[in-house]
Each structure stands twice: as C-alpha cells, then as structure tokens.
Design a protein around this ligand. Sequence first.
Ligand code: ADP
Ligand code: ZN
Length: 436
Amino acid sequence: METNIHPESIPDYMESGELRTLQLQRLKATVQRCYDNVALFRQRMDERGLKPADVRSLADVAKLPFTQKTDLRDTYPYGLFAVPMKEVVRLHASSGTTGKPIVVGYTRDDLEVWSSVMLRSFVATGMHAGDVLQNAYGYGLFTGGLGAHYGAERLGATVIPISGGNTERQILVMKDFGVTAICCTPSYFIHLIEKVNAGGISFKELGVKVGVFGAEPWTEAMRAYIQRESGIKAFDIYGLTEIIGPGVGIECCEQAGLHIFEDHFLIEIVDPETGEVLPDGQEGELIITTLTKQAFPMIRYRTHDITSIIPERCACGRTIRRISRIRSRSDDMMIIRGVNVFPSQIEAALLSVEEAVPHYQILLTRKGGLDQIEVQVEVTKEMFGDRISELESIQLRLAQAIDHITGLRVPVRLVEPHTIARSEGKAKRVIDNRNQ
Ligand code: ADP
Ligand code: ZN
C-alpha cells in the first residue's frame, strides 16, 4: 500500500460505506438536476412515471432510463446541457464515426473535477511533481490533450503540450527535454518506439519511465510488447467525451484493472442485449452515470464498452473498484461464419507469436452474401529477406494462434514492412469493405 497519499487522491481510499453514502447523495442531486433542467431526461422519467424522489438507494439507478449516443445527436448541439450557456466555460466534441459530431460542455467546477481525476490518474501511475510529461494526445476539440494537460499541471509536472503527430519532433523533444513520462494512444507509441529504434538508438536509453495510454482498445499482449521494447511501465487509462474525457479510470502500479473514480462516476454492467444489470465479475456493457457533472450530466450512459467489475480489493490499498481492461466496443464485434470475433482477440493472437510485429489490419469483405475476413500482418525487414519457407512457417503459426483464440481459420497475409498506415491518434484496425 502506498504510504504517502497525495491529498487529492484521498477519495481513492475512502471507506466503502462512506463512498456509497456519498454516491447516493450525489446521485439524488444529479437526478433532480437532470429532471429540473433537461427536457429529454424529464420526459423519459415522466413516461415511466418516475420522480427524482423514487431514487432512494444506489440500486434504484436501474429504474432510470438509459441514455444513448443517438440522444446526444438528436439533441445536438446543446439540448442536454443542464446549465445556462453563460456558465459553460469550455466545449469539446467527439467526431464519432458517422454523422454529426456530439458536443459536450463544462462549467468551471466541471473543469476542476476533470483536472482532479486526471491528477489522481497520474498519481496512481506513480507520477509526481517534477516529472516531465510529453503530452502527445491531440489538443483541440478532442478531450485527450487538454484533459491530460490540466491534470498534469495540477500535479506539478512539467507539461510539454506537443499534441499528436510530427514524429520527428516528438523524438527530438523526448531526447532533449528530459522527458520522464508520455501520454498518447498505444498505437502511436508503438510507432514512436519503431522510429526511435530506426534512428540508431534504443528507446531504452531515453529517460522515459512511464507511459499513460488510452483512447483505444489495446491488449495485455500489446502491453508486454511495449514494456519489453521501450523499457517503460505502460498504464491503461480510460475515458470518453460523453462522460468527461480521459480520467474516468486508470490502472495503478499493480496493473491489474482500472480503478474508476467512483466518487464522480457511478458504474454498472448490463447485458448489452437485454439491458439487465449483471452481477459483479460478469462481463457486459459498461453503463456510467455522472455524479458531479454540472453542465453535461449523464444518466446511465451506454458506453458500448465491454468489461466487468472486479469486486476484490486491489493490493494498492485503493478502495474504489476496478474494471477489467476494456475488451472492445460492442460495435467492433465482427460476426464471421457465425462466430463473434473482436479485434482485440486477433491482436492477442498475433502478438503471441514471437516474430510478429504489432502492425496489423483486419480486412472485411463480402462474397456471395457471406462475410470474409483477412488479417494482414507486417513482417520486419530482416524477416522479409528470409527464405519463403520461413515466412510460410510464420504465416502458419499466426493463423494457428488466431484459430486457437477465436476458433476460426482466418487467412493471414504477410505484408512488406511499413505498408500498414501508422496512426497519430486512434488506430484504424478494421477496414470494412463489406458494402462496396
Ligand atoms: P470518439 O467517440 O470520437 O472515439 P472518445 O475519445 O470520447 O471519442 O472515445 C471514447 C471511446 O474510446 C470509449 O468509449 C472507448 O470505446 C474508447 N477507449 C477510450 N479509452 C480506452 C481504453 N483505455 N481502452 C479501450 N478503449 C478505450
Ligand atoms: Zn490498485
């Protein structure tokens, strides 16, 4: 257990009963505020004959209607805001993949809370004042950059607001500015490792010790790869624009699940099909209700992210509960010959084969009404010079690994080094050509 607790991280260690009492009090206030100020929430509750006073226990949250991403689009831009615009001091937006963007707002207090959960996130990774953070999350409407920025400043770290992209400059800064910690997407970090190593020095010679990676799904196998190749300790951070941005949850030094800042976010796991609440430990869709947000409160938001609640206490001493690494978004599930497959399963399979490098892409096509899948994996320059029989053997082992994890025989195609696009933000792992 950590002995020197940062004053702002004290809620991480709150006695459970006390935490639940605080959650209930905040939940009641949130529901009341939503009922009073947001037409959609009031209408949905009225349709069910519900009044804010019907929320008497934390379990009563299950009576409340869900909120979907489409509700944000339908009320675009400000329909779900619960305060007058003059109290909104910041807007962010998420591009989403289709249609209109979604817009979220923050009051001054909301920004304080956000900085504070980000500070607590950094503290959980062992970062402290004096660390030099290269913040390579995108700045702008995307929440990643500014979210990490204010949290790290509040911690007293030195923030380098480099934003995403411009890999040459990232490397120069990393070398010259005494960087000890970095934030970006895991896929971009892999690209950075590759570029540094290609420049003739090993990443391990740099002073970077901690990486805080999120905004997209990644696997334990990817963590192992990153830590082995870069010598840093890699932490998983989770968040989403609709709830606050990054800082909903983070791993601690135990690296065994992500602690959720439960004093600000109430979590449930439901069956994604039926919406039924599932018991702790069971995998399902994560539902989040904000407990303190003023400008953009959210009731039972369907994240579409698949995970489970880990009820056991963490060895680090924090009492706030953990969720397991997000396996995937339910929307990313592919149904191939009747079998459900997630990109994360393909990633885990590929990385279980020693020679594989983590640059891969999943190509979906449709032939005669049937979905077809092909996995393209880059080989290294050295491997490319190898004999055909050796490449065939790697290809076979990759296909076997996928078969082992998914139960499917999937064609694997080895492609030349650097043919798969590198991402500066969120990686695009699945290329879906099924409707072409
Ligand atoms: P967008 O919807 O435009 O991608 P967001 O940045 O708000 O905008 O995306 C949030 C989503 O990103 C989450 O719902 C989740 O699917 C994914 N995500 C964020 N952090 C992680 C993480 N650590 N592991 C897996 N997925 C993550
Ligand atoms: Zn912990």
